[in-house]
Design a protein around this ligand. Structure first.
Ligand SMILES: [Zn+2]
Length: 150
């Protein structure tokens, strides 16, 4: 275990703090978004187009930030689970120790930099990989046909 008990405890405190502030933020943003949707839907009263535009902008913005706050909240939750399970500080992909400096900057990191990068690249390439597999299968089938014919 690369992390000392103290480091883990400090991370846990940061994560718990982050979690409660994020939960509040998500709740507030969800409320804002709901109110703003309601206001837009019920706006039969004559609003100036400028006011309408700013309403739409604020609504989009609220939804957008809510998504990323929720994403972060999930990461924080996962890191807290890993502390409970005593696997915090190790990469969930390669099981290697995550750089303690990385954990200090990003206490909710559950992957080492290398695996994180691979995953980000992997996500972007997934549909291409599927196409390649299909092409390979077709090629094998064609070769098989040739052999059968010869
Ligand atoms: Zn890793």
């Amino acid at each position: 275990m690369a992390l000392s008990k103290e480091q883990q405890e400090r991370s846990r405190e940061i994560l718990l703090e982050k979690r409660s502030s994020l939960a509040k933020q998500v709740e507030r943003l969800a409320k804002d978004a709901a109110e703003s949707t309601e206001a837009t839907e019920n706006s039969k009263s004559p609003l100036s187009s400028a006011e309408n535009a700013s309403d739409t902008y604020e609504q989009d913005f609220a939804f957008m930030s809510m998504e990323s706050e929720e994403d972060l909240l999930r990461k924080v939750d996962r890191a807290l689970t890993r502390i409970r399970e005593n696997t915090y500080g190790t990469c969930e992909e390669c099981q290697q120790a995550i750089n303690p400096e990385r954990l200090e900057a990003l206490p909710w990191a559950t992957m080492c930099v290398k695996c994180q990068e691979l995953e980000e690249r992997g996500l972007r390439r997934r549909s291409d990989d599927l196409e390649f597999e299909m092409e390979d299968d077709n090629e094998e089938a064609l070769i098989g046909d040739d052999k059968d014919r010869a």
